[in-house]
Design a protein around this ligand. Structure first.
Ligand code: TUI
Length: 308
């Protein structure tokens, strides 16, 4: 399937793996790239030496293009942005902020720049700033989210821009890909489906939560802090949601108890204190498979539907 996204990135399929903080490391990124998509390594708020090592390990595992996600709320985003230039990364995606100030240097270095955006206004600013494409991310996504849904956001961003649009949020099978293309997207970003992949290095408890999740097992916490995040329902995320609702947890206390909670979920599978960030589509995911099988299944189903 050829689109402006496969042309831009030099990949076989228009599937980009989500740049999930604490989760997306070189084993996952290389597996997705080797399967014909674009794997991403998440910068998150990792130390620069960690990200450099991950990029180099990924280069050893794949000769296919892969990218890096820069989380713009990270205190060392500037250093990580420069590292992408030094390591000649093919494509950078960004999240949780406006990457405008980094775009000229990335473009100068020949890096393809794809900001993740939750609104038409920000999408237009990114196009004007020189972005090559955008990911229009609906509120169905896991992690830090905007308000609009994939179904409403994607066609409005497509109408507002000339550059290609990648749909994200709630896409985990070929039907979601075909629907995204009907909305005018030329690629998809998929995170949650790859959580339940063999190459994903998260704690087994995290994978089990994804596979066992039902349609109603997703909850958004932290709206009152200005950084809403979608999680799998656990005792901890329900406590946060209730504390926010009934006022028993102040925004300051919320920030305090969630500090370090991503690591506790991903590395320790800690159900008492971990934030298991995950998309609302988890209910549809019932098995753990290699990335190659996931990508093959996604593309076969999407192509069959789009031909029909
Ligand atoms: O960034 C994400 N998803 C993430 S980042 C993350 S790590 C984190 N941990 C704690 C608090 C916050 C983040 C976990 N998941 N997705 C892309 C995304 N970007 N969603 C929303 C946005 C966004 C929001 C505001 C992008 C730009 C923006 O601009 C505001 C501005 O400065 O104009």
């Amino acid at each position: 399937m050829k689109t402006r996204i496969t042309e831009l990135l030099g990949c076989q399929y228009p599937i980009i793996q989500g740049g999930m903080a604490w989760i997306a490391e070189h084993n996952l990124a290389a597996a997705v790239s080797n399967a014909g998509g674009i794997g991403l390594i998440a910068g998150g708020s990792a130390p620069i030496d960690y990200l450099r090592e991950q990029i180099r390990l990924c280069k050893e595992k794949t000769d296919k293009p892969f990218g890096v996600n820069i989380m713009l709320m990270s205190p060392n985003a500037e250093d990580l942005a420069q590292l992408c230039i030094d390591e000649k990364v093919v494509v950078v995606t960004t999240g949780a902020g406006n990457p405008g100030k980094f775009i000229p240097a990335w473009k100068e270095a020949g890096i393809k720049v794809i900001p993740v955006i939750p609104s038409v206004a920000l999408a237009k600013r990114m196009e004007r700033a020189g972005a090559d494409a955008v990911v229009a991310e609906g509120t169905e996504s896991g992690g830090h989210i905007g308000e609009n849904t994939t179904m409403c956001l994607v066609p409005q961003v497509v109408d507002a821009l000339e550059i290609p649009v990648i749909a994200a949020g709630g896409i985990a099978d070929g039907r979601g890909i075909a629907a995204s293309f009907m909305l005018g997207a030329e690629g998809v970003q998929i995170g949650t489906r790859f959580l339940a992949s063999e190459e994903c290095q998260i704690h087994p408890t995290f994978k089990e939560l994804v596979v066992k999740a039902k349609d109603t097992d997703s909850v958004v916490t932290g709206r009152y802090t200005g950084h809403p995040c979608r999680n799998i329902k656990t005792k901890f995320s329900k406590m946060l949601a209730n504390g926010e609702k009934d006022g028993s947890l102040t925004p300051e206390q919320f920030e305090e108890v969630t500090l370090g909670s991503l690591r506790k979920a991903v590395q320790d599978g800690n159900l008492e204190e971990g934030s298991f960030l995950c998309g609302a589509i988890a209910g549809m995911i019932n098995d753990v498979k290699p990335c190659e099988a996931i990508v093959k299944e996604l593309m076969e189903q999407a192509e069959r539907l789009l031909k029909a």
